[in-house]
Design a protein around this ligand. Structure first.
Ligand SMILES: Nc1ncnc2c1ncn2[C@@H]1O[C@H](COP(=O)(O)OP(=O)(O)OP(=O)(O)O)[C@@H](O)[C@H]1O
Ligand SMILES: [Mg+2]
Length: 274
C-alpha cells in the first residue's frame, strides 16, 4: 500500500464546460518525491487541492495510509490535513501579516492539540525554526521583516511543525529571487531526507523538478499524459506533449543535454547519471 493513492480523480468547476482535473491517478510512496509539471491551467493546483482534501472531487478516490479521504468525516479530514501539509507559491500572501513567527509556526501544534503547553510549544517552534535555518531570535518578529526566502522558510516551518508525512509544494520557489531558489530547494531536499517526507512537488520549471523528484507526472488539459521515473520521462519522453515541454526549456545541465542528444540520435546514453 502506498502512502497516498489517487485514483481517477475528476473535478469540474461550476460554470466551466471543461474538466479542470480529468481522470487523474498516481501514487506517492513514503519519503519519495513526485513532480507534477505542465503548463499554466493544466490542473496542477486543482489536483493538489483535491489530494489534500481542500476541495471535493466530482469523482475518484484519495487514500492516505489506506484511509479514504473523499467524502470522509470531519475528524478524518482533520487528521488528513495534519498529515498532508501545504507550502504555497507566495509567502507574502500565505502568511498572515498580523501574526508573529511563534504563532505562525505554532498554530498547527495548537490547533491539532499536539502541544498545548505554551512553553513546550515555544521549544518545539524553536526546534522547527532551527531545522529551516532560522532561530529563536526570530520568534517575535512579523513576516514583514523577512525577505522572500526567509518567509518561505517560515512557511515551511509552519508546515513541518506538525510532523506531516506529505508535503505538497505548489510552485514553492517560483516567486523567489533566482539567487535564493536553490537554497530553498536544498532545504526541501534535506527535510525530505531527515523527516522521511513524501513530496508532491508542483513546478513549471522542469530543471527544478529534475533536481528534486524521483518520479514525474506530466499534466495537459487536466489529464496526466505521462508519468514515470524521472530519467525515463526526461531522457525518453513517450508523449509528444512531454517532448514539447522539454524542448521549450533549456535544461542547464551538460550531462543531461548530451544524453538527450544521444538519445535522439538513437544511442544509449551509457554511463550518464543525470
Ligand atoms: N476556483 C476555480 N473556479 C473555477 N475555475 C477554476 C478554479 N480554480 C481553477 N480553475 C480552472 O481550472 C483549470 C486548472 O487550473 P489550475 O489552477 O489547477 O491550473 P495550474 O496547472 O495550477 O495552473 P498554473 O500553472 O497557472 O498555476 C483552469 O482552467 C482554471 O481556470
Ligand atoms: Mg497552479
Amino acid at each position: 500500500m502506498s502512502l497516498v493513492e489517487v485514483q481517477s480523480l475528476s473535478k469540474r468547476f461550476a460554470g466551466r464546460d471543461r474538466l479542470a482535473v480529468d481522470d487523474v491517478s498516481f501514487t506517492l510512496e513514503r519519503g519519495s518525491a513526485l513532480g507534477l509539471v505542465g503548463e499554466s491551467g493544466s490542473g496542477k493546483s486543482t489536483t493538489a487541492r483535491l489530494v489534500a482534501g481542500l476541495i471535493a472531487p466530482d469523482a475518484g478516490s484519495v487514500t492516505l495510509d489506506g484511509q479514504e479521504i473523499v467524502g470522509a468525516s470531519r475528524g478524518t479530514l482533520r487528521s488528513a490535513r495534519r498529515t498532508m501539509q501545504f507550502v504555497f507559491q507566495d509567502p507574502f500572501a500565505s502568511l498572515n501579516p498580523r501574526m508573529r513567527v511563534r504563532d505562525l509556526v505554532g498554530e498547527g501544534l495548537l490547533v491539532h492539540g499536539i502541544e498545548r503547553d505554551a512553553r513546550r510549544r515555544t521549544d518545539r517552534v524553536v526546534g522547527t525554526l532551527e531545522s529551516v535555518g532560522l532561530d529563536a531570535s526570530h520568534l517575535d518578529r512579523y513576516p514583514r521583516s523577512f525577505s522572500g526566502g526567509q518567509r518561505q522558510r517560515i512557511a515551511i516551518a509552519r508546515a513541518i511543525a506538525v510532523r506531516p508525512s506529505v508535503l505538497i509544494c505548489d510552485e514553492p520557489v517560483s516567486s523567489l529571487d533566482v539567487s535564493v531558489q536553490a537554497q530553498v530547494l536544498n532545504l526541501l531536499a534535506e527535510l525530505r531526507e531527515s523527516l522521511d517526507l513524501a513530496l508532491l512537488f508542483i513546478a513549471h520549471d522542469l530543471a527544478v523538478v529534475r533536481y528534486l523528484c524521483d518520479r514525474v507526472a506530466v499534466m495537459n488539459s487536466g489529464r496526466i499524459v505521462e508519468q514515470g521515473p524521472r530519467d525515463d520521462v526526461y531522457l525518453r519522453p513517450a508523449h509528444p506533449y512531454t517532448r514539447s515541454l522539454l524542448e521549450a526549456v533549456p535544461i542547464p545541465d551538460p550531462a543531461l543535454e548530451r544524453s538527450r542528444r544521444e538519445a535522439r540520435a538513437g544511442q544509449t546514453p551509457e554511463g550518464v547519471t543525470p
